[in-house]
Design a protein around this ligand. Sequence first.
Ligand SMILES: [Fe+2]
Ligand SMILES: [Fe+2]
Length: 178
Amino acid sequence: MAALMRALRKEHEDMTVLLDLMDRQIAQFQEGAPPDFNLVRGIIGYFLTYPDLYHHPKEDLIAERLRDRAADQAAGLESLLNGHLDLAYLTRRLATATIDLMVRPEDEPREWFSSLGRDFVDSNRRHMAMEEQHFFPLAQQVLSDDDWAELDGRFAAGRAEVHVRALHGAVLEQVAGE
Ligand SMILES: [Fe+2]
Ligand SMILES: [Fe+2]
């Protein structure tokens, strides 16, 4: 498997565990316990940076290559990949809600915060499932070894990416410990 595809799958695994952690925080919050703000901030901090900077651009580039190689089959992926903008919006909306909750806990916007959190978790899960069921298999089927070699070369993790991952080391260690 191309290094790029291995990286994408690993990132999905990381995000899946982070989303499970967030899911539990939301459930706990709905039952009346305060959220673990350190953990919630760590998860949101990861989603505010890493996917937009390093995960989605890899997928967008693969999609662009797929459009060159198999325009008809790739046409069905348009809405899937437009989803990256929607996910970025949902992350920012939840980040704002988390700050509100931290500074004004007395307002107890329990239902509101929980519904934003659920929307964030469910949308990310749906998006990744679609990619794993449709997008990744199509890319693996259509793109040649030469395509992958070239794409791998363009996306070898640079210092900036390694640095951003390190910034989120604490929350990603929780992923490793799960
Ligand atoms: Fe994606
Ligand atoms: Fe993805």
